[in-house]
Design a binder for this molecule. Structure first.
Ligand SMILES: [Zn+2]
Length: 265
């Protein structure tokens, strides 16, 4: 376990934020981090175990299914002002069980994936997948990169954001989603917020914090997007969820940022 006394991202002062499990918050960048931070090895073992039966451990392997992935793809293209993904080279960083890769491919994109744990399963599906960014063939650049519900699992998500930014063509875009520590559930439930109970969730970034990380990665034109993803079957619950999303109190932060100076608006 390592205990942080200053923010590992911006070196700002930390305040105690939630207890049991214990989280701190940076007063400058607003990063919320599990503190002390667990050692990487037991966590890696926990993931490896979960991925031995991925469908039985959706907390670790991702709750995405093809229906949800199709909604994400539709809303992503709409946010980008595109009617389809034909001709786009897209990377899915943290591809999980591959549903988003398949949905993006169904919309016309050529898709690569990065997935350290579900790698074998994705290869067996016939997906073009690598275990790490470093394993990608040299010289590859992407029109777009998606990373859904991955950043909160990383020890240094700002390094990954910077590495992803370097893989974009000029004018390429990066779309990120992560649990929202400013959402209504997080505010009401605090350390009982469901996202804190997943031991692999190390960092929570509200939109403000993500924007700082994007700016540091030279992706200055970042903006929050409000999608109407339908998780609930109840119309009323879906309506409440949409309303919360609209005022920034939803359960998920989603941003799209554009790199370079040419191309996309
Ligand atoms: Zn900070």
């Amino acid at each position: 376990m390592s205990f942080f006394t200053t923010c590992p991202f911006c070196a700002g002062p930390l305040i105690s934020w939630w207890s049991r499990p214990s989280f701190s918050k940076c007063r400058v960048c607003r990063l919320v981090l599990r503190n002390p931070s667990p050692e990487p090895e037991p966590l890696a073992e926990h993931y490896a175990e979960s991925w031995s039966d991925p469908d039985a451990h959706l907390n670790e392997t991702g709750g995405m299914d093809f229906g949800l992935a199709t909604q994400y793809t539709r809303d992503l293209l709409k946010s980008l002002g595109l009617s389809d993904a034909v001709g786009l080279r897209i990377l899915d960083f943290g591809a999980g069980r591959g549903f988003l890769m398949s949905a993006l491919a169904a919309a016309g994109a050529t898709v690569w994936g990065i997935e350290p744990y579900g790698f074998d399963g994705l290869r067996a599906q016939g997906q073009t997948v690598f275990r790490t960014l470093e394993a990608l063939p040299p010289g590859l650049a992407f029109d777009g990169i998606v990373s859904m519900d991955v950043l909160e699992h990383l020890y240094q998500p700002w390094h990954s954001i910077a590495a992803l930014a370097r893989l974009l063509v000029p004018g390429g875009w990066l779309c990120l989603s992560t649990p929202n520590p400013r959402g209504l559930n997080a505010r009401l439930m605090q350390s009982r917020w469901r996202e804190t109970h997943n031991q692999g969730h190390l960092m929570f970034m509200e939109e403000y914090c993500l924007m700082m990380m994007l700016k540091q990665a030279n992706l200055s034109r970042g903006k929050g997007v409000r999608w109407s993803i339908r998780h609930q079957n109840s119309l009323v619950r879906h309506g409440v969820q949409r309303l919360l999303e609209r005022v920034g109190l939803g359960g998920t932060v989603r941003v799209i940022a554009v790199g370079g100076d040419s191309g996309v608006p």
